[in-house]
Design a binder for this molecule. Sequence first.
Ligand code: ZN
Length: 156
Amino acid sequence: MDNITHSLTGILLARAGLDRFTPHAAWILFLAANAPDADVVSAFGGSLNYLHYHRHLTHSLVALPLLPLVCVLAVRLVSRQPVNWAGAYMIALIGVASHLVLDLTNVYGVRLLLPFSERALFNGAPDANRTRRFDAIAINIPLDAGLFEPTPVTVK
Ligand SMILES: [Zn+2]
């Protein structure tokens, strides 16, 4: 799934009520919803390295409890303001989980069981149009729900 969809999902989760659990919830969820794709740094090792390590351990259940902690620490250090640690960790966990669920919908699947199994899991049969449908749904639901209301323009 693309990172615009992951980012909007994180912001949507904050606007949907998770922002009441800690200050800076939108930033925490924004980071957490994108955190598994931090494996993009593997591209510095070349294309083959990227193909091998993209959607690797950062997209596994082993990393699920660790990535939220990194996100909360990053927001805490950058903002230099207190967070509610328990609430921040829980919403970050939801944000990272949202990433894994959305990535399960693409044709590549996710190897959730790494390092114990290399098997890629995906939600249903491979379908090239499925990713586009989910992107459309993930973007349109917040728009349809009125979470991002357009600012009225007045012409004088
Ligand atoms: Zn991903």
